[in-house]
Design a protein around this ligand. Structure first.
Ligand code: NIG
Ligand code: FE
Length: 413
């Protein structure tokens, strides 16, 4: 049988294929791409000779480590303005919740985002996305949620999707119209919930950008009943469901995500044992966001040991946003995951690849190094993969490959 044409081979490389919890390691391996997808993965010694002769490009990696391109499955990188004012207030002792109730917090970013042009939003978000890409990220989930009206929510989804024109990444936009009750609806919460369900979700579906719906379930945001109604409306319309759950208090968010059929419950510092059980039974992933726990000085940690025991898939993400996690450095997040949350380096790296793909419903074509998936690759200048979690500072990324093509790092606008 004639050999399919091979475009590119990376060889003399150690592979973390992420096909199992011990990262599916193949030392002294090789990986081949054809048409942007992975055509072959294995030990270098097993690489078929015929294919080697047909490769357009052979890249010798000198024993470096290769992982799938990282997947940041929870970000809010499209927004206007900044929250340095909140930062100062928190340093003086005000809490995230107090600031939000006083009209700061998310609402101050909503005002700045409504005032910003698409061009302004894009330029700032591209810079943030470029920092993620410099850390090996090739897929970014981006949430709306700083518009809280129909036109601005759609505009945010449009800007998010457009980031892929400027960066070597795929974007997975999520509708988070239920991030806060906007001031226009003060005292009329039910009216805003109706607006989200009856108008914003259908309009987002018609626009065709969003692939998921998310809700901030918290006493400063949406009640469990409101959250459930919005989640079920979005999931019923064909979107993946996500939930900001049990971050600042235990509102039964984990169990709610399970009952509504969501793919993930995110934050989960206050997740109860019952919540863990419900998530395990329903196959709901936990998305751990140590950047927010660190920034807000959270007094609780997610129940990592219980989640682990119950076999709940744990993903990890930056939660990059102006308020609770102003962090686009993936190394800091990997480090915090280990030190603050007690993840092993393997759990942290699995959480930023295979588990994250599952959260986004993209596991069929990314997150592991397996034939048929996108050849989205990150090549690292490290001798031990734990170094990705251990050093805090500059990115050890040597090369980023998107759809089989090595990409220059740095932004293009
Ligand atoms: O994931 N918790 C709600 N949403 C974001 C924070 C957004 C903000 O403070 O602007 C989060 O932490
Ligand atoms: Fe968030």
């Amino acid at each position: 049988m004639p050999h399919p044409r091979w475009d590119r081979i990376w060889t003399d490389v150690n592979l973390a294929t992420m096909t199992d919890a011990s990262l599916g390691i193949i030392e002294d391996g090789a990986i081949v791409s054809t048409g942007g997808r992975i055509a072959w993965v294995g030990r270098r010694a097993d690489l078929p000779e015929a294919g080697k002769r047909m490769a357009g490009d052979i890249i010798r990696c000198g024993g470096a480590w290769l992982t799938p391109g990282l997947i940041d499955c929870h970000t809010h990188i499209v927004f206007g303005g900044d929250r340095s004012g909140d930062f100062r207030r928190r340093l003086r002792g005000e809490s995230y919740g107090d600031i939000a109730r006083a009209g700061g917090g998310i609402m101050s970013t909503v005002r700045a985002t409504r005032d910003a042009s698409n061009e302004e939003l894009t330029v700032r978000a591209v810079a943030r996305g470029a920092e993620l890409a410099a850390w090996g990220v090739t897929t970014i989930e981006v949430k709306s949620g700083y518009g809280l009206d129909l036109p601005t929510e759609l505009r945010m989804l449009d800007v998010a999707a457009g980031l892929a024109d400027h960066l070597p990444v795929d974007i997975s936009p999520t509708l988070l119209a239920a991030h806060a009750i906007p001031p226009e609806y003060a005292g009329r919460r039910a009216g805003y919930v109706r607006l989200v369900i009856d108008e914003i979700i259908p309009a987002a579906l018609e626009q065709g950008r969003a692939t998921a719906v998310d809700v901030f379930c918290e006493d400063i945001a949406f009640t469990p009943a409101e959250s459930r109604a919005i989640l079920e409306a979005g999931i019923g319309a064909g979107l993946h469901g996500r939930l900001h759950a049990d971050q600042l208090s235990d509102l039964g968010g984990g169990a709610l995500a399970a009952a509504a059929g969501a793919r993930s419950a995110d934050h989960v510092e206050y997740l109860s044992r019952d919540g863990v059980r419900a998530m395990a039974a329903a196959g709901v992933c936990a998305v751990l966001l140590p950047g927010a726990a660190y920034t807000l000085g959270a007094d609780r940690r997610p129940p990592v040991g219980t989640l682990r025991q119950a076999g709940v898939t744990m993903a990890l993400a930056t939660d990059a946003n102006p308020g609770s996690s102003p962090i686009t450095n993936v190394g800091v997040i990997l480090n915090l995951a280990c030190i603050l949350f007690g993840l092993t380096p393997e759990e942290a790296l699995f959480g930023f690849t295979a588990a994250a793909a599952r959260v986004l419903g993209l596991e069929a074509d990314r997150g592991t190094l397996q034939p048929g998936k996108w050849a989205d690759l990150a090549l690292w200048n490290v001798r031990d993969l734990a170094e990705l979690c251990y050093w805090v500072g500059a990115s050890p990324l040597r090369s980023l490959v998107k759809h089989g093509v090595p990409r220059a790092l740095g932004q293009s606008m």
